[in-house]
Design a protein around this ligand. Structure first.
Ligand SMILES: [Zn+2]
Length: 257
């Protein structure tokens, strides 16, 4: 059971800052509250787990709420200036949150609708723009769809747009750095979920990282082991014995360090 005093403190911090994460807690908790490391020892739960359990907003969740009105007003401003909106205009204006962020979290067209602005017929300035956009959208999707699937997911750029720019789906995918399937497959290729990595790989279990990224993460974990308390090492060891060293388990250990 988590101490009520601690629960109240977490709520208080959330009210004050809009969110709580480990970093914020440790720097703002004050001396009468245990550090995140001590919490882990006391409850056998990470602060992250407690935050989730108490439904305290994470920084990402907080930013998604906070950035929504900003996105709408950015679109309105840009519209006043240009009389229409496209992702390229938006990116050129170097506005934040980025068009990728808006597309991912709210939907580009939803925000345009809310801002009551007109989207330009051509959302892309060039072939490069279209390819860049496709690269991002597939990374967000997380796997390589067939062209049929891509169509039914109603992703943008649409295949009609791709054709307008002279690409078949496969060509556009290849230019974006992905391979499409030339025969039917039972396991779909994934795109690495590590930030900024766009590598395509065929999963053997339910990996989410490509091999090079996973290797790098493992070597970081090995370095971390050096400074770990015997208690923590014991926990990790037990976990590995029970769950095995599958990628998901290793990632989870890494994320809860
Ligand atoms: Zn990767």
């Amino acid at each position: 059971m988590i101490d009520n005093k601690l629960k109240t403190k977490l709520k208080q911090l959330e009210e004050e800052y809009g969110y709580v994460n480990v970093e914020l807690y440790d720097s703002k908790r004050g001396t009468e509250y245990p550090s995140s490391t001590t919490i882990k020892k006391m409850y056998g739960l990470s602060l992250l787990d407690i935050l989730k359990d108490q439904k305290i907003k994470s920084k990402d969740e907080y930013l998604i709420i906070k950035n929504r009105p900003v996105s709408i007003s950015n679109m309105k401003l840009l519209y006043l200036e240009h009389g229409e909106i496209s992702k390229s205009l938006y990116s050129e204006a170097k506005l934040l949150p980025s068009s990728e962020y808006i597309t991912k979290h709210y939907g580009w067209e939803n925000i345009a609708k809310e801002a009551n602005v007109k989207l330009a017929n051509a959302q892309y300035n060039s072939k490069e723009d279209v390819i860049k956009e496709l690269k991002i959208i597939i990374k967000e999707l997380g796997y390589i769809p067939t062209s049929k699937e891509y169509e039914s997911l109603r992703l943008k750029p649409s295949q009609e747009t791709l054709r307008k720019y002279g690409f078949t789906f496969s060509e556009a995918m290849r230019k974006s750095g992905y391979r499409t399937y030339n025969k039917s497959v039972t396991i779909k290729d994934k795109v690495c979920s590590n930030k900024d990595c766009y590598r395509q790989f065929t999963p053997t279990e339910d990996e989410i990282y490509c091999e090079p990224c996973f290797k790098e993460l493992r070597s970081r974990l090995i370095k971390e082991i050096e400074g770990m308390s015997p208690q923590r090492l014991k926990e990790i060891c037990q976990r590995l014995i029970y769950a095995g060293n599958k990628q998901n388990t290793i990632l989870d250990i890494f994320n809860n360090m």
